[in-house]
Ligand binder design. Structure first.
Ligand SMILES: C/C=C/C(=O)SCCNC(=O)CCNC(=O)[C@H](O)C(C)(C)COP(=O)(O)OP(=O)(O)OC[C@H]1O[C@@H](n2cnc3c(N)ncnc32)[C@H](O)[C@@H]1OP(=O)(O)O
Length: 301
């Protein structure tokens, strides 16, 4: 049951776009009104957002439907991502799911069998807007994949920078078994990560890919025992946050933007951004600390 004030999905494409943006505004206002607990931690219905020592932990919290993404879940995620992006005290993000699923895909109960094309376009456009924000955010995002990551679940993980999987994780893009194709970016991000051959096999067959195979094809960075997932994701984030934040976010920007560029243009951008980095306090501190044989103290400037 939607909380008071959230609008029901209208029938027209135009209405769907307004619905989504208006609800996003509504969720933001609700959280602005609420006394936030410890900085950014806020109350949502479908997700849990907590901040500890500079890291925002986003947890999908719909275990009764294996964390399937309904429109409200995506709106809450977008509201949280917007606030995280704007909060300089947050330096990294870890996303995971409650229970035995990471995200078992888009909420199939929201897929109307007599849906008009424009409704699907609106749904896809909203997810693209959300996942583009993951890539545009200048903070590292780790997906801690704790279980089923199917359809939109694999697509959300693909929009993160790094994927660490539990040995119980299962990936896949089964949309063709439902008569549709992935429409949250999977057809574009998967081939860029694992190559078009493996990507086409996963897309055409819709088959599941267990953690060990996901590691072997480069879909995930590492596989760990389920009970160690949270600790290992945290440890990798802490390793990243030991480094100069400006340099880390420059690397994220170069990889993300470079993928859409010709090599020559990407190399030009790499040189330019490194020229900017060379003039930062952090670059001077890094070299100084090396010769003084001590750990650098980076000030994010
Ligand atoms: C652009 C993006 C498009 C998409 O993402 S399309 C959707 C892609 N995802 C899928 O096709 C996966 C659908 N789910 C499944 O295949 C199975 O689930 C699993 C293999 C993940 C797990 O199977 P098992 O262990 O037998 O659990 P269970 O009884 O099927 O599921 C437990 C409860 O979770 C609900 N649920 C699971 N996935 C979804 C979903 N994607 N949307 C809505 N509900 C879902 C079920 O219905 C059920 O609920 P109840 O206990 O009330 O029967």
């Amino acid at each position: 049951m939607k909380p008071e004030g959230l609008r029901q999905m209208p029938q027209t494409w135009h209405g769907a776009c307004i619905y989504s943006l208006q609800n996003l505004e509504y969720i933001r206002k609700q959280n602005d009104k609420k006394e936030s607990r410890g900085g950014l931690s806020m109350d949502y219905q479908d997700i849990i957002c907590e901040v500890r020592d500079g890291v925002a932990y986003l947890t999908i919290n719909r275990p009764e439907v294996l964390n399937a993404l309904r429109m409200q879940t995506k709106e809450e995620l977008e509201a949280a991502i917007d606030r995280i992006a704007a909060d300089d005290s947050v330096l990294g993000v870890i996303i995971t799911g409650v229970g035995r699923a990471f995200i078992a895909g888009n909420d199939i109960s929201e897929i109307r069998i007599d849906a008009k094309g424009e409704e699907t376009i609106a749904m896809s456009t909203q997810a693209h807007r959300l996942f583009d924000k993951f890539e545009a955010m200048d903070k590292p995002i780790i997906a801690a994949v704790n279980g089923y990551a199917l359809g939109g679940g694999t697509e959300l993980a693909l929009a993160c920078d790094i994927r660490i999987a539990s040995d119980k994780a299962v990936f896949g893009l089964p949309e063709v078994t439902l008569g549709v194709a992935p429409c949250y970016g999977g057809t574009q991000r998967l081939p860029r990560l694992v190559g078009s051959g493996i990507a086409k096999e996963m897309l055409f067959t819709g088959r599941k890919v267990k953690a060990a195979e996901a590691l072997s094809i480069g879909l995930v960075n590492k596989v760990v025992p389920g009970e160690e997932l949270a600790q290992q994701a945290d440890a990798m984030m802490r390793d990243i946050l030991k480094n100069a934040p400006i340099a880390v976010r420059t690397c994220k920007r170069l990889v993300t933007q470079g993928q859409a560029m010709a090599l020559a243009d990407g190399l030009k951008l790499e040189a330019e951004l490194n020229g900017m980095l060379a003039e930062t306090q952090d670059a001077k501190e890094g070299v100084k600390a090396f010769f003084e044989k001590r750990a650098p103290v980076f000030r994010n400037r």
